[in-house]
Design a protein around this ligand. Structure first.
Ligand code: 1HN
Length: 387
C-alpha cells in the first residue's frame, strides 16, 4: 500500500520543473501534500488511512481529499510561516553589485539588480517575504535603464550616490539617499544617472502577489521626454499638511505624489521623537497627501527612528515586512533570531513575528525604512495587531 501511495503522488507539471527562475515555482509545494501520518491532519487521519484504489482514483481525476490537508492549510491559532528572519549585509551585496557593473551591461540586462531572496521560500522564487520582492539596483554614471511599464507596482528607496533619477509618466524625480520614489502599476518609468559615482537603490515590488495571480507582465516603450521637471514634492506638495485647494476633492484614486524626500521624513521623525513616550516607537507612514491613506494598494511604506540607546518591542502584526537601515546601527531580533545591523543593511520578517529593535549607539539616532503588506491585508479584511 505504501508503495502505491508514493506512486500516486500527483506528478509535477514538467513545465514547472524545467523552467529557470520564477517559473520554477511549484504551487503544489506551497503546502505539504499528504504523504503519511502527520500531526497536521484532522481527526479523520491521513492519506494512508484511505483505500489506495480510492486515493489513486481521485488523483487520476485531478482530485484530492481536503480532510488530510485541512490542518496544513488552516492551522490553529497562527499561520504556518516558511519565511525566515534573514539579514542581507550591504557589505556583502555592494561588492557583488559593483562587479555586476562589469558583468551585466545595462543595455542587455535592462535592470542591473541583485535580488534579496528569502531562503525559507526557495531562492528561485525571488521573495523576501511571501508578498514582497526586494532587489538592489546599480546604475553607473551616464547609463539609462529603458522605459517600460508593468502590472506590479514598484518603489525605489535610494541607498547611495548622487545624480540618479527616475522619470515616471514624464515627471522627473531626482534621487538622493533615503528618497522614496513610487512607480505605481501601469505607469511608464525609466532611470538615468547624471552624476559621477555609482548610484544604488533598493527596489520593492508586489511582484510575488502579481506573479502569483498570473498577472505579471511588462510593456516596453520609447524613451519618455521630461514633461514635468518640477516633481510634486517641490511644488504641489512642498509641505505636509498644506495641499493645493483643488486636492480637497480628489476625483479618483490617484498618485499625486511620487517622490518623498528623506530630508523631510527625517526631520518629521526627529520632531515626533521629542513628543513620543520612551516606550513607544517613533514611526511615520508614507501616505497619499490628498487622501491621507496608504500611498499604494498592496504594500505599505513607513519610517522609524530609534533614539540613542533605545530598545523597543514592536507590536506583533499579521503583516510580513522588510526593513532597511537608512542610518545608524543596532540589532533586530525577529522570532528569536538576532540580526546585528549596520547602515544600508536589509532584513526580512515573516508574518506574526515578535520583533525587537535596538539602537547600538547611545549618542546617535538610527533610522529604518520599512516595507510591509499591511495595505493588502487590510483590504482583504484580516490585518491584525496583537498585544
Ligand atoms: C523593474 O521594472 C525594475 O524598473 C526593477 O527598475 C526591478 C524587478 C522585477 C520586475 C520589474 C525597474 C524589477 C522590475
Amino acid at each position: 500500500r505504501g508503495a502505491a501511495r508514493q506512486a500516486a503522488t500527483p506528478a509535477k507539471s514538467p513545465a514547472a520543473t524545467k523552467l529557470p527562475g520564477l517559473s520554477a515555482r511549484e504551487p503544489q509545494t506551497h503546502f505539504p501534500l499528504p504523504k503519511g501520518p502527520s500531526i497536521m491532519s484532522t481527526a479523520l487521519g491521513t492519506v494512508a488511512d484511505l483505500p489506495a484504489d480510492y486515493y489513486d482514483g481521485l488523483v487520476g481525476h485531478n482530485l484530492l481529499p481536503l480532510w488530510p490537508s485541512l490542518r496544513a492549510v488552516l492551522p490553529y491559532g497562527k499561520p504556518t510561516r516558511n519565511t525566515r528572519p534573514t539579514l542581507w549585509k550591504y557589505s556583502d551585496v555592494r561588492p557583488a553589485l559593483l562587479r555586476a557593473g562589469d558583468l551585466a551591461p545595462i543595455e542587455k540586462a535592462e535592470r542591473r539588480v541583485l535580488v534579496l531572496c528569502n531562503p525559507g521560500l526557495g531562492l528561485e522564487n525571488m521573495q523576501a517575504t511571501p508578498s514582497i520582492y526586494v532587489g538592489l539596483q546599480l546604475i553607473l554614471p551616464g547609463e539609462t535603464a529603458p522605459n517600460h511599464k508593468h502590472t506590479p507596482m514598484a518603489v525605489r528607496f535610494v541607498i547611495e550616490g548622487e545624480g540618479g533619477y527616475t522619470v515616471v509618466q514624464g515627471e522627473k524625480l531626482p534621487m538622493a539617499k533615503g528618497d522614496l520614489i513610487l512607480t505605481p502599476p501601469g505607469m511608464w518609468h525609466q532611470h538615468g544617472h547624471e552624476g559621477t559615482e555609482p548610484v544604488v537603490w533598493l527596489d520593492a515590488l508586489d511582484l510575488p502577489i502579481v506573479y502569483g495571480l498570473e498577472a505579471s507582465y511588462c510593456i516596453e516603450g520609447a524613451p519618455q521626454s521630461v514633461s514635468d521637471p518640477h516633481n510634486a514634492s517641490t511644488v504641489r506638495f512642498r509641505q505636509g499638511g498644506v495641499i493645493p485647494y483643488a486636492s480637497l476633492a480628489p476625483k479618483r484614486a490617484d498618485y499625486p505624489l511620487l517622490r518623498y524626500p528623506w530630508k523631510e521624513v527625517r526631520q518629521t521623525l526627529s520632531g515626533l521623537a521629542a513628543v513620543t513616550p520612551r516606550e513607544e516607537l517613533v514611526h511615520v507612514a508614507y501616505v497619499n497627501p490628498e487622501t491621507g491613506q496608504e500611498c499604494m494598494a498592496t504594500l505599505g511604506f513607513s519610517a522609524m527612528m530609534l533614539r540613542p540607546g533605545e530598545e523597543v518591542r514592536m507590536k506583533r502584526r499579521s503583516a510580513s515586512a522588510v526593513f532597511h537601515v537608512v542610518e545608524g546601527s543596532g540589532a533586530a531580533t525577529v522570532d528569536g533570531i538576532a540580526m546585528p545591523f549596520a547602515e544600508s543593511d536589509t532584513f526580512a520578517s515573516p508574518t506574526h513575528a515578535e520583533i525587537r529593535l535596538s539602537n547600538a549607539s547611545g549618542k546617535a539616532p538610527a533610522f529604518l525604512f520599512m516595507v510591509d503588506d499591511a495595505p493588502l491585508q487590510r483590504k482583504l479584511g484580516f490585518y491584525e495587531t496583537f498585544e
